[in-house]
Ligand binder design. Structure first.
Ligand SMILES: Nc1ncnc2c1ncn2[C@@H]1O[C@H](COP(=O)(O)OP(=O)(O)OP(=O)(O)O)[C@@H](O)[C@H]1O
Ligand SMILES: [Mg+2]
Length: 247
């Protein structure tokens, strides 16, 4: 099967009938204000940016507008625990492609534990390799989702999937993502991982104080800072600790 050339999800816009308060969360976040400028890549769209730049807010808004529970899982997962959910989804209108995805999954590292508990309670383990996600490590259970659960022809939203994964498993995850892309899937992935960001069939969207913009892999801070640090770490550590004592 070839890769998708036409995305399931094209872009999100703010419903014209809704009044927006730009001072309050979530529209106080520059990237949320510019959400209409995000044009989703038919294969993989990455969200990058500093902590607090709005990646999870935008991801959750889109996920809930697509019909997922804010906690994540398949669209059949129906529960919500204590965490607060942003009202962004109520303001969004999604522009979708002509064909519909046959599979869907929203994975958030933050609430994966709760989704795993729900899966146990509902005995909904088929497709997860049959084993409770709680008797597997965090990384193992994430890989079980990626390798056993996702069927292809799907739309998949991942928020910081690398949180659970060793570098070797991040490479394995890249390979699994590539197979799913070849099987006509579309991904949106918020990540800080330079390994995941290297994926070529993709668009990297940088969230910052100015809003959103597209950036090339080698121009990301993730690539530059990681490469510089690994190539020069004894010197960089010296400088870092020197600066600390200078303070
Ligand atoms: N329910 C909420 N009410 C008010 N502010 C919130 C709420 N949830 C998040 N925020 C704020 O919105 C901003 C964006 O948060 P968000 O979680 O989207 O960032 P992020 O880019 O995903 O960061 P990270 O890389 O750390 O995951 C943060 O400053 C956060 O404190
Ligand atoms: Mg986040």
């Amino acid at each position: 099967m070839p890769k998708r050339t036409e995305p399931y999800l094209r872009y999100a816009s703010i419903r014209p009938d809704r009044e927006v308060d730009y001072v309050a969360y979530p529209f106080s976040i520059p990237a949320v204000r510019e959400i209409e400028s995000i044009e989703f890549h038919p294969n993989v769209t990455f969200f990058v940016g500093e902590n607090g730049s709005g990646k999870s807010t935008v991801m959750e808004g889109i996920a809930v507008a697509l019909g997922f529970s804010p906690e994540g899982g398949t669209k059949n997962v129906r529960f919500q625990s204590a965490g607060s959910i942003s009202p962004l989804h109520d303001y969004l209108r999604l522009a979708r492609g002509v064909s519909k995805p046959r599979d869907a999954y929203f994975l958030r590292a933050e609430s994966f534990f709760n989704v795993a508990s729900y899966m146990d309670e509902t005995a909904y383990l088929k497709g997860y390799g049959g084993q409770s996600l709680h008797t597997q490590s965090h990384g193992e259970s994430f890989m079980a989702v990626l390798l056993n659960k996702l069927q292809g022809n799907g739309i998949y939203l991942f928020d910081e999937p690398e949180a659970a994964l060793s570098p070797i498993r991040q490479l394995a995850a890249l390979s699994a993502i590539h197979h799913l892309v070849e099987d006509r899937s579309q991904f949106v992935i918020a990540t800080h991982s330079p390994i995941l960001l290297s994926y070529p069939n993709s668009r990297i969207i940088l969230f910052d104080k100015a809003g959103v913009s597209e950036v090339a892999f080698e121009d990301t801070e993730h690539f530059a800072v990681t490469r510089d640090f690994l190539n020069n770490y004894p010197r960089r550590l010296e400088q870092l600790f020197q600066e600390d004592t200078d303070d």
